[in-house]
Design a protein around this ligand. Sequence first.
Ligand code: PMP
Length: 409
Amino acid sequence: MDKKFLKIREDFPILKQKVNNERLAYLDNAATSQKPQAVLDAIMNFYQNDNANVHRSVYTLGQRATEEYENARIKVQKFINAKDAHEIIFTKGTTDSLNLLASTYGEENIQKGDEIVISYMEHHSNLIPWQQLALEKGAILKYIELTADGQLDLADMQNKITDKTKIVALTHASNVLGVTNDIKKMAKIAHAHNAVMVVDGAQAVPHMPVDVQDLNADFYAFSGHKMLGPTGIGVLYGKKQLLEKMSPYQYGGEMIDFVKKYHSTWTEIPWKFEAGTQNIADAIGLGKAIDYLTDLGMEQVAQIEHELVDYALPKLLEVPGLTVYGPKKSNKHNGVISFNLANIHPHDVATAFDMDGVSVRAGHHCAQPLMEYLGVSATVRASFYFYNTKEDVDQLLRAIFETKEFFKV
Ligand code: PMP
């Protein structure tokens, strides 16, 4: 194995173990990523040395904790090239970010007859909040169609977005189809109709350089745990002028300016949206994950994953009885590969793979309308990160052939 990979894999203690007496090939990175030692250490270090509540302490530990928490915000800001750290709200994750948005911006700006445009490839997190908002307000929810190879149909998008459209909410990268969307182009179309562009970046920020200013996204959501960080921490980026006009999501400590007996006023962004004691240690862990990714370089991360797809996809496409969903050309496909193996149920496939040490996801991947659109109930999904190797791909292929033999397909 290339020395570079040996060094990378050394950083991830969990990858050293055996599963069912086999080398672990962890290929469920779209669900969650593994954590390097540096992130684990950062979290432990915070609790061992600096633990205190943030923003309201004058003593040393409290000041240290505040500094580390706010530093993590600046790391996020730089990582996605937001103009201002005040535009970075810490949340629990992508789901929380999108719910925050639907409950605040959505509540205030959507009226009866308005349109919200999403697509058939959305994760439930970027679907149900808009679906429920539309139901509550009497608004119209529209779905952009997909092309035969699973890309967003731009012609259909042009038709679906009209002057009645107030919100366009699209995923940057699909968690099922391996497709990356041209958000910059899509934001242009949305803005031409005065709609705001909301982006679900859960599968993009961990895997490629993302520049929210260049994309001209109005809101952009992602999760820490898919990018080497801990669970329970995520981000909502929003343009300052939009966030400033929005009402708080939740009420309580930390988010106030003055509280009187019968009315209250709110502090400035982003703290206006961070009610109560926040997930301080995990924000710091996310900051450390960003340091790790920055040191490696996001271009390099994307390049490694691209090489893996280039190696894996043609081999998968040659397996008799295996159907790949999404683009069949590796230059159009990112590191998420969904497939079915003849008529074997995806859960049986994933269970069989586990016997060979291969961890993959099977199910509807929180995208039931997409499954219906594809005409399947579930798929198997292998998803790569930069610490995966060709050895992992070879192990996956071996597991596929063994499973075929076992099920006689
Ligand atoms: N959107 C996409 C595209 C995802 O892949 C996921 C995670 N599976 C989410 C949203 C939700 O992320 P979280 O569960 O971290 O809130």
